[in-house]
Design a protein around this ligand. Structure first.
Ligand code: ADP
Length: 410
């Protein structure tokens, strides 16, 4: 049994870098939580604060309901797995796994039982007598996991444990770790910059940016209902397409386009405060239907013309890179349409209306039936020429974090 709870945890490094802002989450027993976000967003710092390797500047950390802010790392009953797995080269696999237990004076019979049980789970039983140099990268990573598993910690913390492996092994180890987690059943917090790892492994994902939590949720939910344009663009490859434009009556008018996209009754109801106003229409590449597809007619009222650019071939599917004025639009389609695209500078695509998402252009927050007031970020006070480095994110950030916090403060 292990729950982990963070309440408004902050990290301010010496020198003033505020790396983590008000991080709050309630992690249930046996959950597999993934912190994901671009490099430098504060994932490792948060993990290291949970491990006790980094001091919490302010805020509270509870493990199993006990305040842990000032507990030493060894008293937190956690195990940490890093990307560099530094095994003892002169020891066998068995001894690498047994070592920490020997130091703790665990009885020999129990050590043997725990090492063999872990080896079974990790499929390392045939290799127990080998030295690390006679193992593959994936097997070495499993030994590193084994060293943690034998300690039977309450919580596993993993910091990019797969980033040293080649692409194929990473995919294999992804499902291995998920399987191991299921068998061991321990609460796990896993850090990665790779949104595919997050999507495939997590029971819940925490998306971070610039030290702020952007959204917490199950992978499918975050994919379907991103809380803001950052999450919509970060989760999913290729990223969600964003059409900027205006709502006029029943239509969304994309900038630089002669087409109008007809909105459904429920969309119009949700967007009622946006009549005549600017907003962003988001649609994923796989939810744009090519005009040659049999499903096109059904969505023709939501269609628009784009200029076709390069075609990226992935075997079963193709990503067709297009533009609408200055906006890049990617359309994912079955590769059977590939040959028909040749000699076509322009194509029509239609949005599957159920998958369209809408965002406030100024705050970048998702517009939802519950959260659909029209908002504008106040104009910046400083004169334009003073800001040598324009920062479009700064003025919005505070605003949408406030909105986001309000939403999650149930
Ligand atoms: P991530 O794991 O998401 O890549 P980190 O948690 O490592 O991000 O870093 C978050 C921010 O904190 C970055 O801006 C980084 O430069 C800064 N940072 C990390 N460690 C230190 C440190 N020891 N001293 C000062 N700043 C740090």
């Amino acid at each position: 049994m292990a729950t982990v709870k963070l309440v408004n945890v902050n990290k301010v490094y010496d020198g003033g870098v505020h790396a983590v802002h008000d991080f709050s989450i309630d992690i249930q027993d046996k959950e597999f939580i993934v912190f994901v976000g671009p490099s430098g967003c504060g994932k490792s710092t948060t993990l290291r604060m949970i491990a006790g390797l980094e001091e919490i500047s302010y805020g509270e950390l509870y493990i199993d309901g006990k305040l842990m802010n000032s507990a030493a790392p060894k008293d937190r009953d956690i195990a940490m797995v890093f990307q560099s797995y530094a095994l003892y080269p002169q020891m066998t696999v068995y001894n690498n796994m047994a070592y920490a237990l020997k130091l703790r004076k665990v009885p020999k019979a129990e050590i043997d039982e725990r090492v063999r049980a872990a080896a079974e789970i990790l499929k390392l039983t045939p290799y127990l007598d080998r030295k690390p140099r006679a193992l593959s990268g994936g097997q070495r990573q499993r030994v590193a996991l084994g060293r943690s598993i034998v300690r039977r910690p309450k919580v596993f913390l993993m910091d990019e444990p797969l980033s040293n492996l080649d692409a194929k092994l990473r995919v294999a180890m992804r499902s291995e770790i998920v399987r191991i987690h299921r068998e061991v059943g321990a609460t796990t917090i896993y850090v990665t910059h790779d949104q595919i790892e997050a999507m495939t492994m997590a029971s819940r994902i925490v998306v971070m940016r610039d030290g702020f939590i952007q959204q917490i949720g199950e992978p499918d939910y975050i994919y379907q209902y991103p809380a803001n344009m950052f999450v919509a663009g970060f989760i999913g490859t290729p990223a969600m397409n964003f059409l900027h434009g205006t709502l006029q009556g029943e239509y969304f008018l994309p900038d630089e386009s002669r087409d109008r996209i007809k909105l459904t009754q429920s969309q119009l109801e949700m967007l009622k405060n946006y009549q005549g106003k600017r907003l962003v229409y988001g649609i994923r590449p796989e939810n744009l239907v090519y005009e040659q597809s049999g499903r096109y007619e059904q969505f023709a009222a939501q269609s628009f013309e784009v200029s076709r650019g390069i075609v990226e071939k992935l075997g079963d599917i193709i990503n067709v890179h297009c533009t609408l004025g200055n906006t890049e639009i990617v359309v994912k389609m079955n590769s059977k349409y590939g040959s028909g695209l040749e000699g076509k500078p322009n194509i029509r695509v239609a949005a599957e209306s159920d998958y369209a998402r809408f965002f406030n252009e100024s705050t970048t927050m998702a517009i939802t039936p519950e959260n659909n007031a029209y908002e504008e970020t106040p104009a910046r006070e400083e004169p334009q020429e003073e800001s040598a480095v324009p920062s479009p994110v700064q003025p919005q950030k505070k605003n949408f974090i406030e909105v986001f916090k309000a939403k999650f403060k149930k």
